[in-house]
Unconditional design. Structure first.
Length: 195
């Protein structure tokens, strides 16, 4: 059980944080989100499949395959824009800017959350609840660098010390290897990483 009186800190605003911050934000007293670089965020179009769609897909399996092909091609369109035709990225950038503008009414916060780099230079994220969570009164987006982490606080580059009960490092993970594999050893003494 999370105490609503507690102060939480999150370092990182990437793919991990964008998933867990909206889930824990309503449960904490205060949340400080330490952001080095704001991500480009597009609306997430995921939704439950309707009853009508399920019936159609059962009776017309090719329709389901056609729908999936459309989703695939829309994602590949972004890859073409990233790799070959940069002009194609203007549409996703406009969508991301509109998404931010519609979900964040505070101009100061919107400025903090607006990327200053070309869309696609970092992973493009999909979320409908990231910006609303950061807009809540119990959330403070800190754009200053982190100078030091102490036992129960984070010190910013300017020397401001922010007291915290809990700190979550949402700074990414290794996709291609398992960091714990260095510490897990088998009967022969070799680590999982060695095996």
């Amino acid at each position: 059980m999370i105490s609503r009186a507690s102060a939480w800190g999150v370092i990182g605003t990437g793919a991990s944080a964008i998933q867990f911050v909206p889930r824990i934000q309503p449960e904490v007293g205060q949340m400080h989100v330490f952001q080095r670089t704001p991500p480009w965020v597009l609306p997430h179009t995921d939704r439950p499949v309707t009853r009508l769609e399920r019936r159609l897909y059962r009776s017309l399996p090719r329709l389901q395959r056609l729908t999936r092909l459309g989703i695939y091609l829309s994602r590949e369109w972004v890859v073409i824009g990233l790799a070959y035709r940069r002009w194609m990225m203007k549409l996703p950038e406009r969508l991301a800017r509109r998404h931010l503008r519609h979900q964040v009414s505070d101009p100061e916060l919107r400025t903090k959350l607006t990327p200053d780099y070309t869309i696609g230079c970092k992973r493009i994220l999909l979320s409908n609840d990231w910006f609303p969570a950061l807009s809540k009164p119990n959330v403070n987006v800190v754009t200053e660098g982190v100078r030091e982490i102490r036992e129960s606080s984070v010190v910013t580059e300017s020397g401001e010390e922010i007291e915290l009960d809990t700190l979550i490092m949402g700074t990414g993970f290794h996709v291609t290897d398992l960091p714990a594999a260095h510490n897990l050893q088998g009967r022969d003494g070799r680590s999982l990483n060695e095996v």
